[in-house]
Design a protein around this ligand. Sequence first.
Ligand code: IPE
Ligand code: IPE
Ligand code: MG
Length: 251
Amino acid sequence: MKFFSSSTQTIPDSGEIPNHIAVIMDGNGRWARKRFLPRIAGHKRGVETVREVVKQCALMNVKFLTLFAFSSENWRRPDDEVSFLMGLFMDALKREVVKLHDNNIRLILIGDRSRFNAELIAQMEASEQLTANNTGLTLTIAANYGGRWDILQATNRMTNALPQKAGQYTEEDISPYLSMHYATEPDLFIRTGGEKRVSNFLLWQLAYTEFYFTDTLWPDFDAKAFNDAIQSYRQRERRFGRTSEQLTVVN
Ligand code: IPE
Ligand code: IPE
Ligand code: MG
């Protein structure tokens, strides 16, 4: 298995188009409330935006798109909203996986599956298996995911595997155990819905990611809004600890 190098250990290559985009899809509830609809109507409409953003990423040859669908803290929501979200997730998986497969998209689900029902777990596994050998965009959906959970589960598995290295672990030792070991670190992080926080998303992996926050609510985040985020990314100077002068030196 190939492991990608870490942005704190080596300077990654970065181009005009982000290789990996990570998104917190926020604002579904407010989108619905503005229309005097129940919050769940916003979640339903949000699935359309997922389709559009996946399409845009595939067109742009983005390699990895990672979407935060349900956080480890979202269980705190009212029971009926949680069960609606579970049902929506199940339906979307069933309905979309063949289309993803036809488009050469590899689907991977990250997060703690132990709280999901057996039927959903089986659907998750089947969807991953169907698309496992696809070579186009890798679409990762984070469900019951939390950044702290990820670091802890990786630490626990690493220390079990390498007890003799206690006190001397390196980034290389932990990286195979992190949920996103198969991907480069995100180049661009997008959060819709106006909040300016990370909400326990990819804490380890966002070390050198460019952040983009927009007030646009997720159901309104269309191709134009997505392109605005890409344009913003293209203006950034990614220094990875170096000075600006070092970047402009002609080799
Ligand atoms: C994001 O939209 C979707 C999930 C967290 C599942 P919200 O449901 O958080 O929408 P707002 O923030 O209440 O508008
Ligand atoms: C973050 O959104 C999680 C997802 C988008 C799945 P929230 O709307 O739950 O975040 P907080 O709680 O407002 O930070
Ligand atoms: Mg929210």
